[in-house]
Write a protein that binds this ligand. Sequence first.
Ligand code: CMC
Length: 426
Amino acid sequence: MSKDTVTMINNRTEEKFEFDILDATRGPSVVDISKFYKETGMFTFDEGYTSTASCRSKVTYIDGQQGELRYRGIPIEELAENHNYLETCFLLLRGKLPSADELLDFDYEIRHRSFIDENLKQLIDSFPDNAHPMSILSSGVSALSSFYYEHLKNNDEEAKQEMASRIIAKIPTVAAFAYRKSLGIPIIYPDIERSFTENFLYMLRAYPGGKMKRTLNGVEEIKEIEIKALDTIFTLHADHEQNASTTTVRTVASTGAHPYVAISAGISALWGRAHGGANESVISQLDMIGDVKNVDKYIAKAKDPNDPFRLMGFGHRVYKNFDPRAKALKKLQDQLKNELDLDSHLMEIAHKIEEVALQDEYFVSRNLYPNIDFYSGVILTALKINRPMFTPIFVIGRTVGWITQLMEFRRTPYKITRPRQLYLGK
Ligand code: CMC
């Protein structure tokens, strides 16, 4: 059977070229242009990679038109409703949901790997008091590569899985230490009696000696509903195929660098407000808008081509329909309304923005819908998490996606990532 191909005719030279079409199991087919330069003497041009598939992957599938997201074939809604974050990590890393025994082992491993070397603690201590936790996280994870240098040469699958569990387990600890450092309060070591998500909230909230806050009404223990809410947020952030930070991780990994250095680069890429930094910016923007009566003014600013102002938490490169993660978070917000102290003022402004934007021709014609970052901030605020920690929460959730994609990348022979350019200089 002959291969399906795409034909290109160069109008300048009348030359005809054929390129193979490769089919995906789901989603658009791709044109294989890997020999394009060799055959045509030209490069292709795709600024921002709007039409370019950069790798083969079996991890995550997104249908941006349908608003569909699946990890290893399982819809995100099902994972958010019926499974916890650690089950989702296992699914991403190993390709299947864990059995009860496998989950027990994995959970045990993650709890026991959650401690970090005391020397790393000293590094965190040396940052200025007002350092952003993202800056500490990125540096801290880069520094982890020197404590686990052996992961540079992981060859067998078991060692790779150990490297993955280790980073998933330690990231919340580095993030919590960074948080406490930014507040000038003593750090709290992990508590292996607590689950992954509960332990993170504990490291943020506990008093020295592991005591929880005491009020006139008694001890403020971490509520089950709070653990469930944060765990769902981690699950919804766990992976998102070839976004900017994941592409950064794959790019750094392609040079043969240490996996943790590649993750550190991913953290830096995520920090920008067009990517994971948007969750912090959304809440700052809601504050700036201040009142529902100002919403129209800011919508007008967002639409003005001469004004750099953008509505944070709106729009997505891939989703041209509702972001399914945002839908799940909106549902979670509704469920939490009676159980947690959600900021009704911020929610009122957010609802108004959503109402106006979703009916506005500018947003409708450009398919600009609320994304995951539009809803996460209100929930995180109700969990008493301060704003600079919003993007680190994204990091904690996404670490498993980065490491899974990195391992997939390194399992097969790979080339260094090295794009070309359209040179317009002297
Ligand atoms: N507010 C106002 N206009 C917007 C917005 C927005 N939030 N997003 C896109 N547009 C306009 C943009 O000006 C352009 O208009 P025109 O065609 O007239 O020039 C059009 O929509 C297409 O925008 P683009 O920048 O070409 O789209 P992109 O795919 O390159 O960018 C994006 C996607 C997410 C960076 C962008 O929508 C954005 O900056 N959104 C705000 C930041 C944000 O919420 N980021 C979180 C993304 S979800 C979390 C994650 O996975 O990272």
